[in-house]
Ligand binder design. Structure first.
Ligand code: CA
Ligand code: CA
Ligand code: CA
Length: 208
């Protein structure tokens, strides 16, 4: 292996570890509560202003491989660090009071894959599209039914693979049913980055 290859490997490793960065929106909280208490929180950890109306939420119900619901998100300019809370229109008053947008189509109940897309590009996913897990995706800590799930602070970007196995313990912390106190803010360990920046280019620039 020549010296150039070694340097390239070192730079790639650095870009992957010391520069854990958020480049786009992701889902930071998922509420599968009692009755119609359903909500999703979307977080902008990137360094860009993002127009939310370019994004949609798709719900693939009960193992279906085409979306049962499509929810176009409202025209909203999200700044770095902003959250946006989407709530089922028939939720209770306490949850509705936290909504930035409501929709009657936000109807997941534990065994439905939830996918955030920008045009046709998958940005984030909860569950596995085309797979029916029974009543929910479960692991030792909890499941996607009758829980509030909050993205772990070390998770910097969405899960853009909708077809791989979904281990809900890998990226989420669990809170008891009808926990709403995390909605409207998100804690992260990740750095923000504007989409236009070439990561390897910026690392090279530092070490030039
Ligand atoms: Ca379902
Ligand atoms: Ca996945
Ligand atoms: Ca939150």
């Amino acid at each position: 292996m020549n010296k150039f290859a070694l340097i390239l490997i070192a730079l790639t490793l650095m870009a992957g570890s010391a520069f854990a960065q958020t480049t786009d929106l992701f889902i930071s909280e998922y509420v599968e509560g009692s009755s119609n208490n359903k909500a999703l929180e979307i977080f902008n950890g990137s360094g860009d202003l993002i127009n939310l109306s370019e994004y949609s939420l798709l719900i693939y119900a009960n193992g279906g491989s085409t979306p049962a619901q499509t929810i176009v998100l409202d025209e909203t300019i999200m700044d770095t660090g902003d959250t946006f809370v989407l709530v089922n229109s028939n939720a209770g008053a306490e949850l509705l009071a936290l909504a930035n947008q409501t929709s009657g189509n936000l109807t997941f109940n534990g065994d439905d894959a939830v996918v955030l897309v920008k045009s046709d590009d998958v940005i984030d996913c909860i569950g596995t599209v085309g797979f029916d897990p029974g009543s929910a995706w479960s692991c030792d800590d909890g499941s996607t039914v009758n829980n509030t799930l909050r993205r772990r602070p070390e998770i910097c970007n969405g899960d853009n693979d909708t077809t791989d196995d979904f281990d809900v313990c890998m990226e989420w912390n669990f809170f008891v049913v009808d926990t709403f106190d995390g909605l409207g803010q998100h804690s992260t360990d990740c750095a923000s980055v504007a989409n236009g920046i070439n990561k390897l280019g910026s690392v090279k620039a530092v070490y030039r």
